[in-house]
Write a protein that binds this ligand. Structure first.
Ligand code: NAI
Ligand code: MG
Length: 339
């Protein structure tokens, strides 16, 4: 039976990179029934919102979406579609693996981290106000409920991906109540997973150790803002945002997307590098338990990277999107599926 997946092309380079990812995923032999749904600024005139109800309903029904980037106006206009999606679908976990890809020049050869970021609370609760002129208060919300589900998610992810250890990252030496609660919950949840090691680490020391000895860590789980920063840091360790796929996961739905934006400067020119979205598609296959197909996608990306003949412009080459996808498909089709 085919998996039903909602494809949201988005805008800018979105249609180009989502088409590329779709072609590559289809070539793995996994049957996917794609349902294309719109989102973005151009939808406002049509239906009054950048995130049409039909798109939201389709994702709720399929439970899975592969999404291209969407342009968000800065300081005015509509609210980010990404934030709206996270809230409406309660996508509470942001899952970002950061693994060294051979052929990509980086400072370390052996980074293999998973960053799990809480996606719904912390300083992103939007509770900010001016107490008196010149004094602003922002509230950082940490709840037992959100802490429990993100920590359980991290331990389950560790198990699923064959990892040894989960580290809860915090600042409980200063934020004694909020991060204290997070750690108390972590301690309790860790007891449910006796097969996974558990430890804790303070955020500032973790940041230093990550850039000196990234191999010291395995799965790292933390609240929203810390996770926002550390997940970008981890991307930097393996070659930048263009290398790292990401997944936003909730109880009923999961949305897979690249971390980069809509790149309006190169949109429609056939120059976009679709690799990050292709890898996000690979994550989706892994999420579905289709590990062989996911390996094929990853191996093909690594092969083309190592070979170095088909690099897109952002990586100093002159291949266009189509040529790059062609190279990926050539390798993918040469891989024999073990029986
Ligand atoms: P951006 O990531 O779109 O572009 C930054 C630079 O990287 C540009 O020079 C662009 O050409 C290049 N670039 C990005 N992705 C590329 C790719 N796949 N291949 C080749 N080159 C690539 O970031 P920027 O310019 O800050 O944002 C543009 C728009 O995208 C904004 O409206 C922003 O709000 C939106 N955005 C949307 C996201 C999403 O929907 N998930 C995430 C980040 C930004
Ligand atoms: Mg960020």
């Amino acid at each position: 039976m085919a998996y039903k997946v909602t494809l949201v092309p988005g805008d800018g380079i979105g249609p180009e990179v989502t088409q590329a990812a779709r072609t590559v995923l289809d070539a793995t032999g996994i049957a996917i029934d794609w349902e294309v749904k719109p989102a973005g600024g151009d939808q406002i005139e049509r239906c009054g919102s950048p995130l049409p109800e039909e798109t939201l309903a389709a994702i709720k029904e399929s439970g899975l979406a592969l999404k291209g980037p969407i342009t968000t106006p800065v300081g005015r206009g509509f609210r980010s579609v990404n934030v709206a999606l996270r809230k409406s679908l309660d996508l509470f976990a942001n899952f970002r693996p950061a693994k060294t890809i051979p052929g990509v020049p980086t400072r370390f050869d052996n980074v293999n981290l998973i960053i799990v970021r809480e996606n719904t609370e912390g300083l992103y609760s939007g509770l900010e106000h001016e107490v008196i002129p010149g004094v602003i208060e922002s509230q950082r919300i940490i709840t037992r409920h959100a802490s429990e589900r993100i920590l359980r998610f991290a331990f389950e992810a560790a198990r699923k991906h064959g990892r040894q250890r989960v580290t809860a990252v915090h600042k409980a030496n200063i934020l004694k109540l909020s991060d204290g609660l997070f750690l108390e919950v972590a301690e309790g949840i860790s007891k449910e997973f006796p097969d996974i090691e558990y430890d804790t680490a303070i955020i500032d020391a973790t940041a230093m150790r990550l850039v000196m000895n990234p191999e010291d860590y395995d799965v790292l789980v933390m609240e929203n803002l810390l996770g926002d920063i550390i997940s970008d840091l981890a991307s930097g360790l393996v070659g930048g945002l263009g290398m790292t796929p990401s997944a936003n996961i909730g109880t009923h739905c999961a949305v897979f997307e690249a971390v980069h934006g809509s790149a309006p400067d190169i949109a429609g020119k056939g120059l976009a590098n679709p690799r990050a979205l292709i890898l996000s598609g690979g994550l989706m296959l892994r999420h579905l338990g289709e590990n062989q197909a996911a390996d094929k996608v990853r191996d093909s990306v690594i092969h083309v990277m190592k070979e170095g003949k088909h690099r897109t412009r952002d990586l100093g080459g002159n291949a266009g999107t189509e040529e790059y996808v062609e190279a990926i498909l050539n390798h993918l089709n040469s891989l024999v599926t073990p029986s």
